[in-house]
Design a protein around this ligand. Structure first.
Ligand code: PLP
Ligand code: COI
Length: 351
């Protein structure tokens, strides 16, 4: 695509109202957003317009049949003010994988990448430089085509919005290993980043929160015997000195952080295993002291060590290690993301 993206600049800016030293996650939005419409079987040229409300027909199929998918990415600024994305074409590829599963149109890489880069150049002052902060990027696509007929819409909107953000979790993170509810089913949409996958988690997560757990570790829907992933991140477990994570399948999101961590861990000489992990194995390991760490990995979560987990009415605390794998791996991945270290895997993308 020739870069003929139009830019309508906002007449005002909200940037002076933002406390960049105290950023929460995803709650203030930059001055502009990218919008791209799909109509008559084709994507139009993306436009950048002031961030603001949308006007939608109440019969838009997003409201009735939930055709809605999204991605989560971050832009990082280094000390020299250069801007970087982390493996952005993987997010684009996953957006299209989600689109295919939800019977939505795929978006050309050129629309996505050129649109995103143009938006980031315009919003560069919004990319925080305070430690642990970044510009969270939320590309999302939903059905604008109308009709109460339960079939795919004929029109869609892609939007990319950005939010300067700090850490996703605050305080100690404890998780509940779920035994009743399921996030995803065999042959379902669990591997897609579909809005409905998150809506379906809210009720069980609310019940877990009432018991003091911030997230759920989902287990397989068939037996509830194997751990899969958490609500907003993939899960890694360290037993003795082996780091393991569940294999991806059609119920689990194929996380970009997860696959990057596996590569970095191998590079660090850490023994890794990608295999099914039984809940009973975790409980045994917690009881005999060989369970050293559990951490979540995701774009928003980065690497979030867990303080403990609950299962079957009992709480299991995790030890506080002096040099956990989580800290070592977090340093490696964030050093690459913020351009503080060599990018030996070629993951950084300068904007
Ligand atoms: N699993 C779920 C359910 C998620 O929402 C996320 C976040 O995107 C992840 C895993 C981690 O994926 P990634 O590392 O690509 O952000
Ligand atoms: C991300 O990590 O980017 C996600 O999309 C997770 C989301 C639930 C905040």
């Amino acid at each position: 695509m020739e870069n003929n993206i139009s830019i309508e600049k906002s007449k005002t800016t909200k940037i002076q109202d933002v406390d960049f030293n105290n950023l929460s996650f995803g709650s203030v939005y930059t001055d502009h957003m990218l919008v791209c419409d799909y109509k008559n079987g084709a994507w139009e040229t993306p436009k950048i317009i002031p961030y603001g409300n949308l006007s939608l027909d109440p019969a838009s199929k997003i409201f009735h049949y939930g055709q809605s998918i999204f991605e989560g990415m971050k832009a990082y600024k280094d000390e020299a003010g250069k801007i970087f994305l982390f493996r952005p074409t993987d997010n684009h590829a996953r957006l299209n994988k989600s689109a295919e599963r939800l019977a939505m149109p795929s978006i050309p890489e050129s629309h996505f990448m050129e649109g995103l880069e143009t938006l980031l150049k315009l919003e560069k002052d919004w990319i925080p430089t305070t430690a642990g902060s970044s510009l969270y990027i939320r590309p999302f696509m939903f059905a604008t085509g109308v009709g109460f007929h339960a079939s795919p819409a004929d029109a869609y909107k892609l939007i990319i919005a950005c939010a300067p953000s700090g850490a996703y979790f605050s305080g100690k993170v404890k998780v509940l290993i779920e035994q009743t509810y399921s996030r995803a089913a065999n042959g379902g949409v669990g591997y897609a980043k579909a809005g409905g996958n998150y809506a379906g988690q809210f009720y069980p997560t609310k019940l877990a929160a009432e018991k003091g757990y911030q997230q759920i570790i989902w287990t397989d829907d068939n037996t509830h015997e194997y751990i899969e992933e958490a609500g907003a991140m993939n899960v890694f477990v360290r037993i003795n000195d082996t780091l393991m994570t569940a294999p991806t399948n059609d119920r689990i999101l194929d996380g970009i952080t997860r696959k990057s961590i596996l590569k970095i861990a191998e590079d660090e000489g850490i023994q890794t295993e990608v295999r099914k992990i039984k809940v009973s194995e975790l409980v045994d390991a917690a009881n005999n002291g060989s369970l050293k760490e559990i951490f979540g990995a995701g774009t928003a979560a980065v690497i979030s060590p867990l303080a403990g987990f609950g299962f079957d009415g009992k709480d299991y605390d995790l030890p506080e290690l002096e040099a956990p794998f989580s800290a070592r791996l977090k340093k490696r991945i964030t050093d690459i993301q913020y351009n503080r270290a060599e990018d030996k895997f070629g993951w950084r993308h300068e904007v």
